[in-house]
Design a protein around this ligand. Structure first.
Ligand SMILES: Cc1ncc(COP(=O)(O)O)c(C=O)c1O
Length: 441
């Protein structure tokens, strides 16, 4: 291609967009050109209220000065340092900062670049951990129906969202799934649902089927986000913890969405009072500004690898950009912003206001369920017969035209605004969605 070729600004052909209806988008693009605090600016100059924190990641809102300045300064100071056999101070500082806010018992941090990589990293650590302890028959991985763990082969294998799996062959062998926790009797529950703790006992059935000595780890989202926001039933996570512990199975919480304040505590593990053996995170770690993910592990897991001659690599895993200086600078500035503004607990303060506003939509056309916790909420709609997903997608498009950004999965609308949202902005977000639901009916 000649160097002076300048693509026409309206030439949208080359970019194959991820998880997007490409043809629909390119026929009527929804372009965002700038952002500040709670708002995006669309290409036509309209202000769009961000009801989703980007993709569940901009927890402190957009273009926050501390983070912007930290990234700008770091690029000019130390742009990159080799991630293997070399270090730089920020990576160590950040790991300590993460451990400081992590649940008791999470003592080590392994860096990667996304939620998907965090999941694959955690699954690999689980397998290698058992092997390092001489328990190498433990190779099975257990996920859950409707789980979302990113798009790597590990993540889609333990994941349970059918469309993310069915096109991609046979996936990892030796994977089984627990049932999802979406029960009709929990409809319109505010916060954690009453029914469904018994679904954790299905793990006993899986253990009986395969033998505990073949199972390495169970991975679940403590609150399932991408599938359409499913809260864990009361007691469910506690039971999973008891059963995994009883059988020597590692428990991994995928906190890529719930990490960094979404439910009103730094991590969901603290919110629910259940500490797993590993936590995956990403997104809010850098406020979405620079890609970064991490796996937090217990000391027992880390220490199991620290054996053999000390010149040998203990874990044969890592990425060129693991803990790169610019990501670390973004993450440290993000944690500073969260701390200064009390954002990691702000969702707890706003939860009741958010909940009441959201449940005010219950009698709107086609609404069949509403679910909420912290600053996250879902409105499930009845599907149009023969056209699953169509109703919510149309509402998503109309909502954007009306000045709010929401997300849809199938016929479920999900919202997870930046944690800096005001009560007036909650009213605007939910009020506008309510108007769109009425006019779209
Ligand atoms: C629970 C969970 N795990 C993993 C991922 C994948 O993260 P990424 O898109 O950064 O790979 C996501 C993304 O939404 C997620 O919600």
């Amino acid at each position: 291609m000649p160097l002076d070729r300048k693509p026409a600004p309206n030439d949208l052909r080359a970019f194959w967009m991820p998880f997007t209806a490409n043809r629909q988008f390119k026929s009527a693009p929804r372009m965002l050109v700038s952002s500040k605090d709670m708002h995006y600016t669309a290409a036509d100059g309209r202000q769009i209220l961000d009801g989703t924190a980007g993709l569940w990641c901009c927890n402190a809102g957009h273009c926050r000065p501390r983070i912007t300045e930290a990234v700008q300064a770091q690029v000019g100071e130390l742009d990159y340092a080799p991630a293997f056999q070399m270090g730089h101070p920020l990576a160590f500082e950040l790991a300590n900062r993460i451990v400081d806010i992590a649940p008791e018992g999470m003592e080590h941090v392994f860096y990667c670049n996304s939620g998907s990589e965090a999941v694959d990293t955690a699954l690999k650590i689980a397998l290698a951990y058992h092997r390092a302890r001489g328990d190498s028959a433990r190779t099975r991985l257990i996920g859950r129906e409707r789980g979302y763990h990113g798009v790597g082969f590990g993540g889609i294998s333990v994941g349970g969202i059918v469309n993310n799996r069915r096109h991609f062959g046979t996936l990892l062998a030796g994977v089984d799934h627990l049932p999802h926790t979406h029960l009709p009797e929990n409809r319109m529950t505010k916060g954690q649902p009453e029914h469904g703790a018994h679904l954790a006992d299905e793990l006993e059935r899986v253990v009986a089927l395969h033998g505990a000595e073949t199972i390495a780890a169970v991975i679940v989202e403590p609150m399932a986000g991408s599938t359409g926001v499913l809260m864990p039933p009361k007691g469910y996570l506690q039971r999973l913890r008891e059963i995994t512990r009883k059988h020597g199975i590692l428990l991994i919480f995928d906190e890529v969405i719930t990490g960094f304040g979404r439910l009103g505590s730094p991590f969901a593990a603290q919110h629910f009072g259940v500490v797993p053996d590993m936590i995956t995170c990403a997104k809010g770690l850098t406020n979405g500004v620079i890609p970064m993910g991490a796996v937090l592990t217990s000391a027992a897991i880390h220490d199991a690898f620290m054996q053999g001659p000390d010149h040998l690599i203990e874990l044969f895993h890592g990425y060129t950009y693991s803990g790169n200086p610019v990501s670390c600078a973004a993450a440290i500035a993000t944690l500073d912003t969260y701390a200064e503004e009390g954002l990691l607990t702000r969702a707890a303060q706003l939860e009741t206001y958010w909940q009441e506003a959201l449940h005010g939509l219950r009698d709107h056309p086609n609404v069949v369920d509403i679910r909420n916790m912290g600053l996250i909420g879902a409105v499930e709609l009845a599907s149009i017969e023969g056209q699953p997903g169509k109703r919510a997608f149309d509402i998503f498009v109309k909502a954007f035209e009306a000045g709010i950004l929401i997300r849809v999965t199938g016929d479920i609308i999900a919202m997870s605004p930046p944690l800096i949202i005001s009560e007036a902005q909650i009213d605007q977000l939910i009020g506008t969605l309510g108007d769109v639901l009425k006019t779209a009916a």
